[in-house]
Design a protein around this ligand. Structure first.
Ligand code: BGC
Ligand code: MG
Length: 550
């Protein structure tokens, strides 16, 4: 018998490690493409625009929540985990979407919000009725203090106490986010079982994995101990703005409890049955990377964790990035990070860091050279700036609460722009739920397609560069260093070493070449090589990418 006939062909072979180093494109369904003219994006709209996503060369899409929801937090408040909200379509539409994605070679990750449900979920409707119904223990209920005030000092990220009074039980319930998002009680085994079943439901429908919302918020301290105050000098607002007093506490007890690991282990076992992968969002201002290291170590917890370090308000400097990578080597050497510059929760990085076109390109190339997986946020490939949304047009409850010190998240959630001629940028025939930003129109997809110098093409080249070099996707990161405005490191796989340097400044800079023989690569990304004087001369925002020659 021909021996090779026993081996699976590449087509049928499951690459279970696909997620490591992958590039994932985040779709915010409300704002991607509206197919039925109601001004709100939907699943069939996404399916229709998938060829654009595939043309970027990315490996997967992460679709923000489209489940049944009263939309108090625009889908992050789920009232039925196993159905599609009619506003976004039907389960049949989802099947069409997933089929279309798979035909284009795209994996599909969906966004499970398990830490809390909507107050409209039937579990909560029952739970809130009295103290001895079947769901009585499914949420975090606690008695008032003798003076009637909440059980402890825990705060909601969206403002105020984390406790809301429920007259019918004469008790408080806990919510880390809106009062309409009651926290599920993970100390109750039936809750864990019900949530694992939702994962089975979607994996059975063919999804390739999940983005898991706020995974370190699942379990709370059963003793409900107060969080200590953080000394002012130790505050490090990275997951919430500084004007939010949530950042003034040391969150020792309201999240990141040891029992969380037990649930993550059970979740991983479900994923393994389907060869699926998960990226968990870990939010903590004090211990984010340590938790990430813990949650992604070994192979029985999360595959990767979403990190906040590059979602920072300030433009990352070479020293900052070196510090972050060094810290990861210390506390998450065995783990795997998923990076993003932009998402649906923070102002777009073009505006956040006040980037020029050259700066935006350089950071994109840098991202594709970092160790970790990458999430690109819709519209990032067009270098869209943050939209100015007037108070009257505001939708995000977080923004309404903290306006104007913090304007919320609507500015990064305005509709995608596909073509410049249509007044809604080709997003919708109807009145869009958030206004299309006028200064986005000249950056529309169809306009950039026709301009070879547009950043959209740079994104395609950068993604393809990453895929062409295994060392960039999966290799180690070594010899990290800075030289003034230059950040440099080497990415290594057994068969390939790539030297990467980036000049993160508007002025030119020079550095010495590391020892050894190197050949310039990445000319299509504007990379430079070694000059006749044996040094590397970098223009403003220029990278140098070189492969070791043996
Ligand atoms: C999501 C937010 C959401 C929150 C509550 C997150 O971190 O990304 O958009 O508001 O979780 O679910
Ligand atoms: Mg619609």
């Amino acid at each position: 018998m021909n021996k090779t006939a026993d081996l699976p062909t590449p087509d049928t072979q499951q690459d279970t490690d696909w997620w490591r180093g992958a590039v994932i494109y985040q779709i915010y369904p409300r704002s991607f493409q509206d197919s039925n003219g109601d001004g709100i994006g939907d699943l069939l709209g996404i399916a229709q625009r998938l060829p654009h996503v595939a043309s970027l060369g990315v490996d997967a899409v992460w679709i923000s929540p489209f489940f049944k929801s009263p939309m108090k937090d625009f889908g992050y408040d789920v009232s039925d985990y196993c159905d599609v909200d009619p506003m976004f379509g039907t389960l049949a539409d989802f099947d069409i979407l997933i089929g279309a994605a798979h035909r284009l070679g795209l994996k599909v990750l969906i966004d499970l919000v398990l830490s809390h449900s909507s107050q409209d979920h039937h579990w909560f409707r029952e739970s809130r009725k009295d103290k001895d119904n079947d769901y009585a223990n499914w949420y975090v209920w606690a008695d008032a203090k003798p003076d009637g005030t909440p059980p402890n000092n825990w705060l909601s990220i969206f403002g105020g106490s984390a406790w809301q009074w429920e007259p019918s039980r004469c008790q408080y319930y806990m919510h880390n986010f809106l009062t309409e998002q009651p926290d599920l009680n993970f100390h109750e085994p039936k809750v864990q079982e019900a949530l694992l079943n939702t994962a089975h439901f979607w994996l059975g429908r063919g999804v390739d994995g999940f983005r898991l919302d706020t995974i370190n918020f699942y379990v709370h301290d059963a003793q409900l101990r107060d969080n200590p105050a953080l000394p002012v000098e130790e505050r490090n607002p990275i997951t919430a703005p500084a004007v939010n007093p949530y950042t003034w506490q040391n969150h020792l007890y309201d999240k990141t409890q040891p029992e969380n690991l037990d649930f993550l282990r059970k979740f991983r076992a479900v994923l393994n049955e389907y060869h699926a992968a998960a990226v968990g969002e870990v939010g903590d201002d004090q211990r984010g990377l340590e938790i990430l290291g813990q949650y992604t170590a070994g192979d029985d917890l999360m595959h990767m964790s979403y990190a906040f370090e590059l979602l920072s308000d300030h433009m990352p400097t070479p020293d900052y990035i070196t510090g972050v990578m060094t810290k990861i080597a210390e506390v998450a050497a065995d783990g795997w990070v998923c990076w993003a510059f932009s998402n649906h929760d923070v102002p777009r990085h073009i505006s956040r860091w006040n980037l020029t076109d050259a700066g935006a390109r350089c950071f994109t190339t840098l991202m594709m050279c970092l160790r970790g997986s990458v999430c690109l946020y819709q519209g990032e490939e067009l270098a869209l700036p943050e939209s100015e949304v007037a108070f009257e047009d505001l939708q995000d409850p977080y923004g309404k609460r903290f306006w104007p010190a913090f304007k919320g998240r609507d500015g990064c959630r305005t509709p995608m722009v596909w073509e410049p001629s249509n007044q809604n940028g080709g997003f919708s025939q109807g009145f869009p739920w958030l206004p299309v930003s006028h200064d986005h129109l000249n950056r529309a997809v169809s306009t950039q397609e026709q301009d070879p110098a547009a950043i959209l093409h740079h994104y395609r080249r950068a993604v393809s560069f990453r895929h062409a070099h295994h060392a960039l996707a999966k290799g180690s990161i070594d010899d990290l260093g800075t030289d003034g405005s230059i950040l440099h490191f080497v990415r290594t796989q057994p068969d390939e070493s790539i030297f990467c340097a980036f000049n993160l400044r508007h002025e030119p800079a020079v550095m010495e070449m590391p020892a050894g023989k190197w050949r310039q690569i990445g000319a299509e990304l504007g990379s430079t090589g070694v000059a006749p004087d044996g040094r590397i001369h970098l223009g403003p925002w220029q990278p140098a990418l070189l492969v070791r020659v043996t």
